[in-house]
Each structure stands twice: as C-alpha cells, then as structure tokens.
Design a protein around this ligand. Structure first.
Ligand SMILES: NC(=O)c1ccc[n+]([C@@H]2O[C@H](COP(=O)([O-])OP(=O)(O)OC[C@H]3O[C@@H](n4cnc5c(N)ncnc54)[C@H](OP(=O)(O)O)[C@@H]3O)[C@@H](O)[C@H]2O)c1
Length: 272
C-alpha cells in the first residue's frame, strides 16, 4: 500500500503508470496532467479503470512554479500531507531533434536554441521545482522515494560506443537532470530519501504517428545501432510492461545503496 504522485499521466508511459499503480486498490495514485478533463474522460472510458476509485487527476504544468505549488497543496489535502513516491515521468520529448545530429540541427540555429531552451525548461528546471515543492510531502511519507524517468540517450558510454547522434538536445537536458538527481541525493540521503534516475527502456508510445516517411527513414540508422547493441532487440515494449520493470527497480532501490544513481529498467546499465 503506497501513495504515488505521477506526472504526465495523460498518455504514454505516464498513463501506463496510472493503469499499473491503481491495480492494487490499497494504493492511492495522484496523476498530474496539463488537461485534467481530457485525462478524466480517457480513464472513465477505459475498461481497465472500471471499478477503480483509487486515483485522482489534478492539473499542473511543469513550466509554472505557481501551478506546481497549487498542485502540491491539493495533493496534501487528499493525502493528509504525505506521499510515498514522486514519479517524475512527464517530459518534453522533442521531435525537432529526434532524427538528426547536433551538427545538422546547427543549420537552424534559432530553432536549435528554442528547442534546447524548451527541453531545459521542462526537463530540468520544471523537474527541479517539482522535486523541491513536493519534498515536504515526501519527507512525511513512509517510503520516501523520488524517481526521475530518464533515458539511455543520456548515458555517455552508450552514446560514445555506438555513436548515438539522434535527439541531442533532449539527451543533453536528460543528462543534466540526471546530475540534478544526484545533487538532490547528496543533500537528502541523510533524511532517508532515495533520488533515483531510471530509464524506461524503449517504449511504444505512438510517437511517430504523424511523422513524414522521409523523417522516419532517418531512424533506420539508429535502429541498426540498437541492433548492434542488442542483436536480439525485438522492438519497443508496452508502457505497462515498462512501468512494471521500473517499479521492480524502484522498489528494490534504497537511498543508501542507490542514491543518485542512473539505472536502466533492469536496475543496471543494460539499456535494451
Ligand atoms: N517512450 C520511450 O521509449 C522513452 C524512452 C526513454 C525515456 N522516456 C521518458 O519517459 C517519459 C515519458 O515519455 P513518453 O514516451 O510517455 O512521452 P509522451 O507520450 O510524449 O508523454 C509525455 C508526457 O509529459 C507531459 N508533459 C510534457 N510537457 C509537460 C509540461 N510542460 N508540464 C507537464 N507535463 C508535460 C505530457 O503531457 P501532455 O499530454 O499535456 O502533452 C505527457 O503526459 C519522459 O520523461 C521521456 O523522456 C521515454
């Protein structure tokens, strides 16, 4: 039995987390989204949620400090002031930088700058405010775990060994956040709080449904590098399976042993 706050439950991995974590009726799950009505309606129409009343949907935006403060106050009212887990899943996953290397993006310097700025605003600054604002609730919780959903693309060894060019701006922002997670850990480990970055693996979230074929073709190069990394790679997993993998990692992890670490969905550095 645990109380979770999960950001970005409108779709993708976050919606998968809402599904998986509410399976246990003893859990309370509070999902944060930008459009509350859309997610409330989506869950209401989803047979998976039939008979489940152990979740709440609240509205916030990672780019608004005030909206995050309001959300934390609303969460405190629901839970009595404590939460066990904060799962920082929401993120800006750019499509601008997804298909090209950093030198190619340099041909559009203004767009490069704007996209990098947006990646930082959401994936770094927003998450840091989120952590600081929700920390008082975590400190009053039993489990005291803060999980940042990150990406293998932020791993230097993986990037260097396989020349992973794609998504440079997104990856830079995620790498910066990984260090922020270890800085939080450095300060709050003594209070028993686990701060941990966990990669969800490769997850099918229908990201490329509107992508033109000429862009999609560019992903072929990335795919062949992933096949070199893991020759039996059979493609992305479902959001629910990814969440079950990550949940096993964060349940096993402790502040003392894993504080500030950057782990895969298997609890190590095996990214696929
Ligand atoms: N899918 C993968 O294979 C994969 C791999 C590695 C890491 N990840 C990480 O997994 C996490 C979830 O990604 P996903 O694949 O599920 O992506 P997704 O389907 O694009 O979902 C992203 C979520 O973040 C929310 N969000 C975006 N900007 C926000 C903001 N400013 N304030 C609040 N919420 C915001 C979105 O809300 P809206 O619906 O309002 O846009 C959505 O709920 C991300 O941190 C991503 O970096 C994913």
């Amino acid at each position: 039995m645990a109380t979770y706050v999960v950001t970005g439950v409108s779709k993708g991995i976050g919606y998968g987390a809402l599904t998986v974590l509410t399976e246990d009726p003893a859990n309370t799950v509070i999902g944060l989204v930008r459009d509350k009505a859309a997610t409330v309606n989506k869950a209401a129409a989803d047979p998976e949620f039939k008979g489940r009343s152990n979740y709440h949907i609240l509205e916030t935006d990672l780019t608004s400090y005030d909206a995050l403060k309001t959300a934390a106050a609303e969460v405190a009212k629901i839970t009595g002031g404590a939460i066990d887990y904060l799962i920082a899943n929401a993120g800006y996953v750019s499509l601008f930088d997804n298909f090209d290397g950093i030198g190619t993006l340099a041909e559009q310097p203004k767009e490069l700058q704007d996209d990098l700025q947006k990646s930082f605003d959401v994936n770094v600054v927003g998450q840091i405010h989120l952590f600081n604002i929700f920390l008082p609730l975590i400190l009053k919780g039993k489990t005291k775990k803060v999980i940042s959903v990150t990406t293998a693309f932020a791993d230097l060894d993986f990037t260097n060994a396989f020349d992973i060019e794609n998504a440079p701006l997104y990856s830079i922002s995620k790498a910066a956040m990984n260090l922020a997670v270890s800085k939080f850990s450095a300060q709050y480990k003594k209070d028993g709080v686990l701060f941990l970055s966990v990669c969800p693996g490769s997850v099918d979230v229908d990201r490329y449904k509107n992508t033109p074929p000429e862009q999609l073709q560019k992903l072929g190069g990335l795919m062949s590098k992933l096949m070199q990394y893991k020759p039996d790679f059979s493609g992305p997993v479902t959001p629910q399976d990814s969440v079950r993998d990550m949940k096993a990692v964060w349940e096993k992890a402790t502040a003392e042993k894993d504080g500030g670490a950057f782990l895969s969905q298997y609890g190590n550095k095996q990214w696929l």
